[in-house]
Design a protein around this ligand. Structure first.
Ligand SMILES: NC(=O)c1ccc[n+]([C@@H]2O[C@H](COP(=O)([O-])OP(=O)(O)OC[C@H]3O[C@@H](n4cnc5c(N)ncnc54)[C@H](OP(=O)(O)O)[C@@H]3O)[C@@H](O)[C@H]2O)c1
Length: 275
């Protein structure tokens, strides 16, 4: 019998998740169909009950519901519990299980380029929902984190959480500094650049060894990434993170390995159509 999956959020019309997952089902001959649904913040409870009642086998969750959905689910995986956010739900024996693949998806997306995490230095710009998941996952890999956020209290709090769990993290001012000289991985997790606006400060003086990632993928190259490239750094946009968080959601739902190449191609085509 055909299984049903979905992504819920608001806005949702530009989501590439249906392209990626349906291409995966087709590649492996999985009898399933993935849709996108716009769900307003004040209708989340009804939407979750509706998906459950309609027999959906699982769904992804995006803005603005990643935190609000926690209270509506039966159990959480350790990843969801730690991140305080859910991006994937699976129905298992009638129970709604909340999971989070954003942080581990990011880790997988940089694994090859970074060539090892242990003891390397990561600087994180932003401490919002995505930043938090990424920071926790990188700390778990043994990276030394330095977190910068416009609202400093949020960076301090995130650094404290990581320290409490035995990880290495400090917080600093949302500004250029000595950190530029020896950073191995710089991750831009704020929403600056979504509307092609310039980043508020320059990366002048950054180590040419650094891998610079902007988790935004539309536009494909933010002004932040363009500057990093001009300064001689390797760069990566957010499409690989989207791909690997999707692949991990797939693996959570079906077990086995997701068809990465087909999903990557579908994302590329989907994005080209929308840009
Ligand atoms: N590639 C992927 O798979 C993926 C997955 C998730 C998210 N994303 C992208 O990640 C970005 C952030 O998403 P989110 O869910 O983390 O959002 P969020 O929870 O709302 O956090 C937004 C972050 O951006 C900062 N920020 C916003 N405007 C700023 C400005 N003008 N100056 C300085 N800092 C600013 C906020 O700082 P304050 O704390 O000071 O407000 C906060 O750190 C979005 O662009 C989203 O599209 C990509």
């Amino acid at each position: 019998m055909e299984k049903h999956y979905a992504v819920i959020g608001d806005p949702i019309q530009h989501s590439l998740s249906p392209d990626m997952h349906n291409a995966g089902y087709q590649a492996l001959g999985v009898d399933a169909f993935y849709q996108r649904f716009q769900v307003k913040a004040d209708r989340l409870g009804e939407a979750v009950q509706g998906l459950h009642a309609l027999g959906f086998s699982g769904w992804n969750v995006t803005l603005p519901h990643k935190e609000a959905i926690l209270a509506l689910l039966d159990t959480l995986t350790p990843q969801a519990e730690r991140a305080g956010a859910v991006n994937t739900v699976k129905i298992h024996e009638g129970q709604m299980i909340g999971h989070n693949t954003d942080g581990d998806g990011f880790v997988r997306s940089v694994q090859e380029e970074l060539n090892g995490f242990q003891g390397k230095k990561a600087v994180l710009l932003g401490a919002g929902g995505a930043g938090k998941g990424i920071a926790l996952a990188l700390a778990e890999q043994g990276m030394k984190l330095h977190i910068l956020n416009r609202t400093p209290e949020k960076a301090n709090e995130l650094a404290r959480i990581i320290q409490r769990e035995g990880g290495m993290a400090t917080a600093g001012e949302f500004a250029p500094g000595d950190w530029l000289k020896d950073v191995d991985l710089l991750v831009q997790t704020t929403s600056i650049g979504l509307h092609k606006e310039p980043f508020p400060f320059s990366l002048e003086g950054i180590s040419k060894q650094a891998l610079v990632v902007d988790i935004i993928f539309n536009p494909m190259e933010t002004l932040f990434l363009i500057e990093a490239k001009q300064l001689g750094c390797r760069t990566q946009n957010g499409l690989r993170m989207l791909l690997y968080q999707g692949a991990l959601a797939w693996e959570f739902w079906f077990g086995g390995q997701a068809p990465i190449e087909e999903m990557r191609q579908a994302l590329k085509h989907g994005l080209a159509e929308r840009v």
